[in-house]
Ligand binder design. Sequence first.
Ligand SMILES: [Fe+2]
Ligand SMILES: [Fe+2]
Length: 464
Amino acid sequence: MAIAPTQALLISHDQSILDLIRLALEGRYGIKVSTAASFQDVQKELAPSPDPRYRVVISDFALAGRQLASCRPTLARDIAYSFLAEEPPLHEELPDGTSLFEFIKLPFDSNALFTHFESRGIFAPLPTAESDQTFCRIRTTFLLSVVPLCGDIYIRLSDTKYVKLFNEGTVFDEADAKKWGEMKKQEYLYLRRYHAERYADRLAGNFRDILLAERPGSPPCTDGLAAQIAENPAVAFEAISEVSEAMGFSPRVLKLARAGVEVALVAVQKSHNLKRIMNSMARETGRYLSYHSFLAGHLACLIAAQLEWNNEATFEKLMFAALVHDFTLRGTRLADVRELKDLDNLNPKPSKVERQEFFDHSLRAAELCLRFKEIPPDVDYIVASHHEKPDGSGFPRGISGSRIALLSSVFIVAHDLSEFILDLKSAEAINKENLVSFFEKRNYLYTKDSFRKILKIVPKLKLD
Ligand SMILES: [Fe+2]
Ligand SMILES: [Fe+2]
């Protein structure tokens, strides 16, 4: 008996592509998907009679051409063929007789694939109740630090479709991180939000272990997160940010944030090597906020040290302010916006609500700080003024130099410098010449009061 033609055949020599597409199609459409490494394998399996099962064939373009032609008699006539390739193939390269040919651009993007099938009426998505609201995004490599896993772990196939990969209690090891993170390009995996509290507690425990290992005579911390933080301390901010995005800024997240700030401060004291942070940022996308926040805190502490404000309380305030100053922008498309004028570069154009959200973000983050007495004093003020400028041209309040507190001035300059450094794009560009260049470019702005004194420190900063 013929089986209903609601299936797909995937042909690729790349196992990771096969797995990703299969998961995506099965998850979204509830169809059965077969995979094969080559057209010859398909032919061997299906020959000699035509097989009515397949509605679509998806293949690496590299495997197409004659191979497809030789295989076609075994496939039904009205099949839709899709070829995966990094660049669209030339017309003369297309195999003969493909009735419905489409090209799908690599690297693989599940949303593009879904649009492709759904806009042509080939498949329709299953109704689903799950959505982004239900899940908490976690950087895949962070899962190494929470084994055995503190909840089921999912892969996200679309805004509304998630498929379980690992059960709670299983071990997620280096091989898993490599397979899903590097080979399958899944930078993030997902945990259900109701398990996020457990994850927050585990992370806080990991931060404490990292801090304990710093005590003289203590054994080194072998936790996976410790190694990632040693390589790039901005990772600590990212871990906190993910949890707070899922849970809001709760007392539990505050506990985690305090431990994370301490970890970040230890990392800053150990090394000023911003080049390594820059290098890892160049490899990764979508992490601007965590990197920029950490860098602003790092630079603020360096400036404070030069001003001889060498006390732990000052460093803690500055680093805390750095962590939370843009917190309310996380997870929005406003996360990468720096100034009010940059809002006009967003595509599509920002709504009134978005404009207001950006305009108010410093005050909203400050209000967040005021809700918790555990947050060091002054952090709210530093956060509230991080977009103010000494000439009064900043926002949201437009206050000027003499009304901006000293610690806030340090943070404003450090925040500005962090954006300048991230714009350099290359680690090699973090050098004395560019610090002097920052000094010269900001000479017109930081002219008054304490700002002048702070700006003069910038060219003297030791960044490696
Ligand atoms: Fe910022
Ligand atoms: Fe901001």
